[in-house]
Design a protein around this ligand. Structure first.
Ligand code: HAM
Length: 401
């Protein structure tokens, strides 16, 4: 992974969510397995197929976190964090999936969780924040898909209708979906089989079975998105692959051809019952997580940010002057490196290029005598004579331009 580009993604993320008052939380990479079984959901692909689960030396049943939300909710309850609270995290997640481009067994997520706010205002803010982050990153081709997955009041009627639909079409659905139909019919919408996806276009959709309160909530979210001119696409087939969601659900999808099938850059939604399911008081909550590797793929090849100056003293006797210049540059916050005395000019230029330095300053005895240095720009392939006392000024100006 190009960690420079990862750093850029994280920096833009911190800048964007900082505008909305989120503060960082660091939570463990592993938790008791029970935590994920009770939240992510027993019928989800993540739990049935993808968790890295093991028994530790103390006999505890442990799982490497496949996602961040359950650990954050646990921490909010365990440490009695005052609500409402807006938290974010950046870290590794682990899923035993079939690896391919954009899908890895260990990957990084940027996540946010707003616990204690009922919405619908925060739903819109969170969706807007995600879109703003992608815009700030310079990613234009990101579509925000929005849906409502209702609540335990609206679901039974939908579940009955969906089960009847699946029974009628039992011969047309894949084996995985047959299993999903028996355990949790809503999960059929996660199926990646083209024939199933085509069939489910005509299946009963949860958004058409919402109870009055969920309907009101969803309509307010949609109205506000339109009012605030936040681009989105209503997608009734999008249900998200985790069990804890209630009401608003959304996904940020890239249309970049670099991502292929793994086009979901991130997603999230409300989970108004999770805190209660963990033994806490009834507490509304909403969040999302974004996949860093997929965002990097969508960004394309990283643009090399060349900045550093590489100093090449031509003679070991000039190493001292070279080190003085090195110190001067670093004191002025200009990244700088010096060539090792056992490497000649040619080797030094090669190293400067490998290290993606922008400038090379070659110092010979003449330069020391005249106090004028030759500054080579490796990107523009130009060079300039600069008096020693103007070198900082000259490089600072160049880096600003
Ligand atoms: P998720 O949809 O499972 O949601 O994952 C969010 C994002 O993580 C995906 O859209 C994708 O970009 C990235 N991702 C997932 N699996 C992989 C993988 N195997 N390799 C690379 N990237 C991957 C959640 O995790 C929820 N916890 C989001 C959330 C937060 N909902 C509420 N709060």
């Amino acid at each position: 992974m190009q960690s420079g580009q990862k750093h850029l993604v994280e920096t833009r993320f911190r800048e964007t969510i900082g505008l909305y008052g989120f503060s960082e939380i660091v939570s463990p990479t592993f938790e008791h397995t029970e935590l994920f079984l009770r939240s992510t959901g027993l019928t989800t692909d993540i739990i049935t197929k993808q968790i890295y689960q093991f028994i530790d030396k103390g006999g505890r049943d442990i799982t490497l976190r496949p996602e961040g939300t359950p650990g954050i909710v646990r921490a909010v309850l365990q440490y009695n964090i005052k609500l409402p609270v807006r938290l974010f995290y950046i870290g590794q997640m682990f899923r035993y999936e079939r690896p391919q481009k954009g899908r890895y067994r260990e990957f990084f997520q940027l996540g946010v969780e707003a616990v204690g706010e009922p919405g619908p205002d925060i739903d819109v803010e969170i969706i807007e924040m995600g879109s703003r982050f992608f815009t700030n990153l310079g990613l234009k081709d990101v579509i925000t898909k929005v849906n409502s997955v209702g609540c335990p009041i609206c679901r039974p009627k939908h579940r009955t209708e969906l089960s009847l639909f699946l029974e009628r079409n039992n011969d047309k659905i894949c084996n995985d979906c047959k299993e999903r139909a028996a355990r949790n019919p809503l999960r059929i919408f996660d199926c990646k089989e083209t024939s199933c996806q085509e069939l489910y276009q005509n299946a009963p959709k949860i958004a058409d079975y919402l109870c009055f309160d969920c309907q009101q909530h969803f309509q307010s979210v949609l109205n506000e998105l339109v009012e605030r001119k936040i681009p989105f696409e209503l997608n009734k087939l999008m249900v998200r692959g985790l069990d804890y969601y209630t009401r608003t659900a959304f996904e940020f999808v890239s249309s970049s051809s670099d991502l292929g099938a793994q086009d979901s850059l991130g997603g999230g939604g409300r989970y108004d019952n999770l805190v209660e399911d963990f033994g806490g008081p009834k507490t509304p909550a909403i969040g999302f997580a974004l996949g860093i590797e997929r965002i990097m793929l969508a960004l394309g090849a990283p643009v090399q940010v060349r900045k550093a100056v590489y100093i090449i003293p031509l003679d070991p006797s000039i190493q001292k002057q070279g080190k003085e210049l090195l110190n001067l540059l670093r004191n002025a916050n200009i990244p700088a490196l010096i060539n090792n005395p056992d490497k000649n000019l040619r080797a030094g230029l090669g190293i400067a290029d490998n290290l993606a330095c922008e400038y090379v300053i070659i110092i010979g005895s003449e330069e020391v005598k005249k106090q004028i240095y030759t500054v080579k720009n490796l990107v523009k392939r130009t060079q300039q004579e600069v008096p020693q006392d103007q070198i900082i000024n000259s490089l600072t100006k160049k880096n600003q331009s």
